[in-house]
Structures are given as C-alpha cells and as structure tokens.
Design a protein around this ligand. Sequence first.
Ligand code: ADP
Ligand code: MG
Length: 400
Amino acid sequence: MGKFRTLDDLGDLTGKVALVRVDLNMPMSDGAVTDLTRAEASRPTVLELAAKGAKVLLLSHFGRPKGERNSTMSVSMAQGALEQVLGCEVMFIPEVAGPVAAQAIDILRPGDVGLLENTRFWPGEEANDMDFARAIAANADLFVNDAFSAAHRAHASTEALAHLLPAYAGRSMEAELKALDAALGNPQPPVAAVVGGAKVSSKLAVLEHLVGKVQHLIIGGGMANTFLAARGVDVGKSLCEHDLAAKAEAIMQAADAAGCTVHLPYDVVVAKEFAANPPSLRICNVHEVAVDEMILDVGPLAVEALGDVLKTCATLVWNGPLGAFETPPFDNATVALARMAAALTAEGSLISVAGGGDTVAALNHAGAAGDFTFVSTAGGAFLEWMEGRELPGVAALTTA
Ligand code: ADP
Ligand code: MG
C-alpha cells in the first residue's frame, strides 16, 4: 500500500474550506434514512475538521440520477440524519459549484457544516470530468476523501478532485485502508480466506487472486457446489454452475502450485425443498446427496474442522456466507464459524476482516461483527479490493 496523507498532517484550518467526499448513499424508506451506518462513518472526520476551524463541505452521490437533477434523489434527504448523527446544524446547498454555492460557503462560519447537492445530478461526475471537478475545487482549499465505499469508481468527486486540491484520507478511509492492508496487503501469516455466497461467477477474480495470497482458502456457500461438482461429486439439484467446472479445477490447481490448501465441505446440510426447517432436512456426506436434494449449508463436522484451521491462523479475511443463512437452519454453519472467528479475535490470536453486503448481515445475525477486528460496509469496493485491484479513489490519494 502506498503512502497517503491523513488528518494528522493538518494543523489549524480556521476559515479554510475542506471539501469532504463522504458516502451518504443510505437506504431510505418514505423519505427517511433507515440505516445511519454511513452517516456515522463520516462523523469522526467531519467533527475533527470542524474542530480545527474548517468550513466543512460534504459531497456525496445518492442513487442513480444519471447526470440530471431529480428531486427524488436529492442529498437533502440525508440532511436530518446527518444533523442527528453529527449533533450540529447542517446547511444544505442545492449546488456543487458556481456562484450560488460560493455565496452559501461564504455565509458558513469556521466549524460549520454544509452539504452540497448530489454529485450525480451533473454528467461530469461519472465522466470524471476535469472541468466539472475544477468548478467544485474553485470553492475549496483542501480535499478529504472519506468514502472508501465509492473508491472503486473513477468519478470527479472520488478521483479528479484529489488531483486538484491537497488531498487527504479521512478517518474512516484511513481505518479501512489500514484494516485491509493488515488482512491482505501485508498480513501476518498464516492467512485464511473464507469465500462463500451464491455463485462462483461473481467471485472468480477474487478466488484467482486469493490462491496466491493466502495459505488456506475456505470455500462455502453455493459456490462450493461448483467446486465439488468439478471434483466429480454429484450435487443433486443444488445451485451449481457446471459450465465453470474447468475454471474451478484451474483455481484448485493454482492453489496447489502456490501452497494454498483449499477446504471444501465434506459434510453438508441438504433438503428437497428450499424452505425454513423443511421436513426433508438432513445432514450427509457430500458423496451421499440424492438427485432430488440440494445443498444449503456446510455440515457441522466440516465447520468444526474449519474452526481448527482458524485456530492455526493469524489472519482471516471473509466474504460470503457459508450457507443460505437467511433461512433457518441454513444459517448454522455461518453463525458457528463467525462466532469461532469472533472468539479467536477477542482472545487476540486472530486478526479478522470481513466485508460484503450479505456477509455483514450474516455476521450481525450471528452477533459476531462487534468482535471482528474490522467489518467493511463497502460492497463493490471491498470485492474489487479482494480481487487485488487498485481502486482509483485510493490511488489518487497516494503520494508515494
Ligand atoms: P456478499 O453480499 O456478502 O458478497 P453474496 O451476495 O455473494 O455475499 O452471497 C450471499 C447469498 O448467497 C445469500 O443470499 C445466500 O442465501 C446465498 N447462498 C449461500 N449459500 C447458498 C447455497 N448453498 N445455496 C443457495 N444460495 C446460497
Ligand atoms: Mg450480496
């Protein structure tokens, strides 16, 4: 990981305008924010800059308005949630640049917080247009990017701006980058990766990257079926991408060559129908799945063995549930392994980093998220990072 400047590199900012890219793209229902996580993530940076005397100007995308103003996607809908989380007034400014924005920014006093309109109302945002970015930068003295979750996009507010103003990583971005570096960039070995979820196809690049990075690759979820099938196991009517058998085989061979042990389940939880607690539920060896059964979770013996693997590891990175965890009892394996990882982390023997929309939901469901070293709420950015790709928003902050 390259070097980047942080808020530690900033002194007194009295009267300076700090433009802060945050991610306020929060889930809404009936005009109210239903999950404040992202507003909360921006809090340390905003309050720190305000305490240094800056006029703090927040910049975010919201939804997909495709380069046009759209009143149903105004960032002003996040204003109330922000005020609640920050504990101060937030002035909404219905522009991102130009004289109206400049006037509003003039009115702000040192330590005040302003909220600019949805960056995606202007086509220059997604086009990463330099002139658009220049117009925004004209009203500011420095740029702080605190939106890791948007860093996989090369947009004006995530990329171009970092080249036009002195650029810094915010506290949330900084924490994310440090955690990810500790998990995969520069991890303490041995490293285990858990990759689960529905399909191999959505995570091929992740698996290909991980075999060269980790000592143990634990494959669960629907995607394990594709690997089992590639090894000649009859997976019945399980979710399985048979056309990816050759790819799965190639990944297992690359793992062998790199000294990475691939762990596939050897017992599984199966049912004839996908429903909560179905009468046909049973646990069996992977070689005993009937033609009319489907694999919906990793079995208890395999989970115990996976727990033993984690005990030998210093680092864990986790993306994807081990089973169809939304439907009981197919959450058992995910919950059990998540709790083992949480306990090892709490004991201090494991550094554990997890990410992914459903993964975060599953870890919360297990009551394990709080004990993980770090849980990333960045969906797409987290996956691209797991693929070993350089994120444009991060690269633009990098100074050396
Ligand atoms: P994330 O959002 O954390 O990246 P994914 O979206 O890749 O995770 O995968 C989550 C989905 O995978 C869940 O909806 C879960 O029900 C599904 N899944 C896991 N195991 C199975 C399985 N054996 N059969 C069918 N679906 C599964
Ligand atoms: Mg998902």
